[in-house]
Design a protein around this ligand. Structure first.
Ligand code: CAA
Length: 708
């Protein structure tokens, strides 16, 4: 776990190598072994100094994140931080020079351990990242980071890194003074030892007489002004949903005029209360662990050999098809991009050209990389070009007959044994699968726009989709660097169905006479990326209108249109304001600006009594979660985690709530059900909570624990 060796020059090399994990974490056993190794070096008079490094490709990834879920008490979490703070302080003041030889990424507690060393030297690698990303987990650096970083590089440089959780390349960390040196990897240990042998001192700047935190005099009006601007920005960004960044600022402010021991005690106090919040639990459980599991296909059907992909076909070179082709080519796959018209197919390739050119301009790709990626895309109108594809993804117009024709023609070219996927967002998969000779090899792969930015792919299992097809489709999604969530076939699948409730509710509020600015502000204050009316404009009202018409035709009298249908019909049929793509919808889009359309007041007269913002926020979030719970009850999604991941990646459901079903536990099941029942009575039956929730009331069981 921790290797200890003393070389002929009297340098102890302490090497982290935590077994059973791809990364080193400061779990209890590893930390205890580390401290024992350093103590051994301190006690050995033959040892002149200590070099800390790692045998893995990364240095140390921080605390073991799972440990924060084990004991959720404020006292327990505070005690953990206090213990590590005391031990780092003891080692830093024990009198022997310590060098962190940072061979790879050092994050969180890993960097904090290094900050408690007297010298930090890193191997030069473009992959290495240095930072304190705790804020992204809803917690704060609890091993001295909020105290040592400002003391080392000054308050003004440290605060943005702490509140944003920035992961710096080594060159930037060097420039800021977090690192003392960056050297070629092969020289790392040698240079680390050389610093000690050249007389490197066991001293920290903050222990020098008369030390003051740079830019950290609390009486200085410049400092006050700087911090108040940061506080205002944090509030604007987080709308009070995330306590961690504000608590980090409190640690810095309260600690900066105190001795470091006092500062780290302050930090431990804030660490306890911050790490115990439900937001921290949600960000750790869903934002980190569940996303990691989804990305790594932890629930892929076992026993199916991993599929390899070399050549992909994409049918339809519109917005989605060309985005999918780009993602495939970027992942190194030969990509055939087929459309009816040669010019359309070519235009689809131009989409990739534009994205790649932008990457070159930003220095993220070289010209040769751009050329190589572009060369992988073959635009064509000839189905014969699909021969040899391992998978074909259909992204043609959302019309059954057009899709059916494209499916038949592909089968003629490729034979029936390859995977065939439809990117439909509206048509049930099982029906489309009938057009493929082997419906067991047919699956839905629902990408999101813009494809190059959106990580999620909703993988839709049709009635006949085989486990092999599912497993291999998951392999494909992972191969192109996206994150899959598996859902079962149904109308609107999961993502579109639940997300739609958000903007439909916005329209319902508008129709009730609620001030549109209030609706939009409330939406943003929940942490959703856009207000519901702005979202409706982005999605395009004519598309939503078309889905309503299609569903009405499919289902007949049993269909209940969404509550927003009259508003959508008004906007599409009478006003011709279909959304952002037309330059007009609920908003006017002129000069790159978005302004609520003044005509809204005429069509939706304001109600005399306006609701408070809290109740609008509640409606906008509750409606999504109640619909998601229905999807869970119906088996559209199979777990609360799948629902959470789909909502976080698919439509930006607020991460503080952990995703659309963790939100129910965040509120508390009893309260959520009671509030939904009240809304069902006052607003409409769409809020009626399903039995899957009602059964839990009074049991003290979380949905997360009870969900399938
Ligand atoms: N705790 C527990 N598990 C961790 C972990 C951590 N800090 N960091 C990574 N892992 C796990 C991952 O979950 C993953 O698990 P599986 O093998 O089960 O999939 C495995 O290690 C490998 O991780 P990645 O797949 O992410 O590997 P990567 O090479 O792509 O990235 C990494 C490596 C950059 C370190 C990335 O894992 C990462 O960003 N980790 C989180 C770092 C972090 O947030 N640290 C702060 C921790 S909190 C803290 O330190 C508080 C404090 O003040 C003491």
């Amino acid at each position: 776990m921790i290797d200890y060796r003393v070389d002929g020059d009297g340098i102890a090399v302490v090497t982290w190598n935590v077994p059973g994990s791809p990364v080193n974490t400061l779990n209890d056993a590893a930390t205890t072994a580390y401290v024992a190794a350093v103590d051994k070096a301190l006690a050995d008079p033959a040892v002149k100094g200590i070099v800390v490094t790692s045998a893995k490709s990364d240095f140390i990834a921080g605390a073991d994140i799972n440990d924060f879920l084990a004991d959720r008490s404020v006292a327990g979490l505070e005690a953990g931080s206090r213990a590590i703070n005391r031990v780092f302080r003891r080692l830093e003041t024990a009198g022997k020079p310590m060098v962190a030889a940072i061979n790879g990424t050092a994050l969180g507690g890993g960097l904090e351990l290094a900050l408690a060393c007297h010298y930090r030297i890193a191997a030069d690698s473009p992959k290495t990242r240095i930072g304190l990303p705790e804020v992204t987990l809803g917690i704060l650096p609890g091993a001295g980071g909020t105290q040592r970083l400002p003391r080392l590089i000054g308050v003004r440089a440290a605060v943005p890194l702490l509140v944003e959780g920035t992961r710096l390349p080594v060159a930037d960390a060097l420039k800021l003074g977090i690192l003392h040196a960056v050297v070629p990897a092969a020289e790392l240990l040698h240079k680390a030892k050389a610093w000690i042998l050249a007389g490197g001192k066991a001293e920290q700047p903050w222990d020098r007489k008369g030390f003051r935190v740079p830019g950290g005099n609390p009486g200085d009006p410049g400092v006050q002004e700087f911090l108040s601007v940061v506080i205002a920005k944090v509030h604007e960004r987080t709308a009070g949903n995330y306590p961690a960044p504000i608590n980090i600022l409190s640690c810095v402010y309260e600690g900066m005029s105190s001795p470091i021991e006092v500062g780290t005690d302050i930090e431990s106090r804030y660490f306890g209360v911050t790490a115990a919040t439900v937001q921290a639990e949600n960000l750790i459980r869903s934002g980190f662990l569940a996303l990691n599991d989804a990305r790594k296909l932890k629930r892929r059907p076992a026993g199916v050999p991993k599929a390899e992909f070399r050549k992909v076909g994409v049918l339809g070179a519109g917005l989605m098809g060309s985005g999918i082709a780009y993602a495939c080519a970027k992942a190194g796959l030969d990509t055939v991009l087929l459309d009816r018209e040669p010019a359309m197919a070519e235009r689809g390739k131009v989409h990739s050209d534009k994205l790649l050119t932008r990457e070159v301009e930003r220095g993220k790709l070289d010209a040769a990389g751009r050329e190589a990626t572009l060369a992988r895309i073959t635009p064509t109108v000839d189905y014969a070009a699909l021969t040899g594809c391992d998978i074909v993804i259909e992204a043609v117009f959302e019309q059954r007959d057009i899709k059916a024709e494209a499916t038949h023609r592909t089968a003629e070219a490729t034979g029936p044994d390859i995977l065939f996927a439809s990117n439909t967002s509206t048509l049930p998969i099982s029906g489309l699968a009938e057009h493929w000779p082997r419906p067991d090899n047919f699956i839905g792969l629902h990408f999101f726009s813009p494809v190059h930015r959106m990580a999620l792919v909703e993988v839709i299992r049709g009635r006949q989709t085989s486990e092999t097809c599912l497993a291999q489709a998951l392999d494909f999604v992972a191969r192109i660097g996206k994150t899959p969530v598996v859902v079962n076939d149904s109308r609107g699948f999961f993502t579109s169905r639940v997300f739609a409730t958000y903007f439909e509710e916005g329209m319902a509020l508008l129709a009730e006479g609620v001030n549109p600015a209030l609706i939009e502000n409330a939406g943003r204050q929940t942490g959703m990326p856009l207000g519901p009316l702005a979202v409706a404009d982005e999605v395009a009202l004519d598309l939503v209108h078309k889905i309503i018409v299609q569903t009405r035709a499919d289902l007949g009298p049993s269909y209940t249109p969404p509550v927003s249908a009259p508003v959508i019909e008004l906007f599409v049929e009478k006003l011709g304001r279909v959304g952002k793509k037309a330059g007009k919808g609920f908003y006017d889009y002129a000069d790159g600006q978005r302004r609520l359309w003044p005509g809204l007041a005429e069509h939706f007269p304001r109600a005399a009594r306006q609701p408070d913002v809290g109740s609008v926020k509640r409606r906008l979030l509750h409606i999504q979660s109640v619909e998601a719970a229905r999807c869970l009850a119906e088996g559209v999604v199979e777990s609360t985690t799948d629902a959470d991941v789909a909502s976080l990646l698919g439509w930006g459901f607020p991460a503080w709530a952990g995703g659309v079903l963790s939100y129910v536990d965040t509120i508390g099941v009893d309260r959520f059900v009671a509030e939904c029942e009240a809304l069902a009575a006052s607003v409409g039956p769409r809020y009626a909570p399903p039995d899957i929730l009602k059964r839990l009331v009074g049991t003290g069981t979380q949905l997360r624990a009870a969900g399938r």
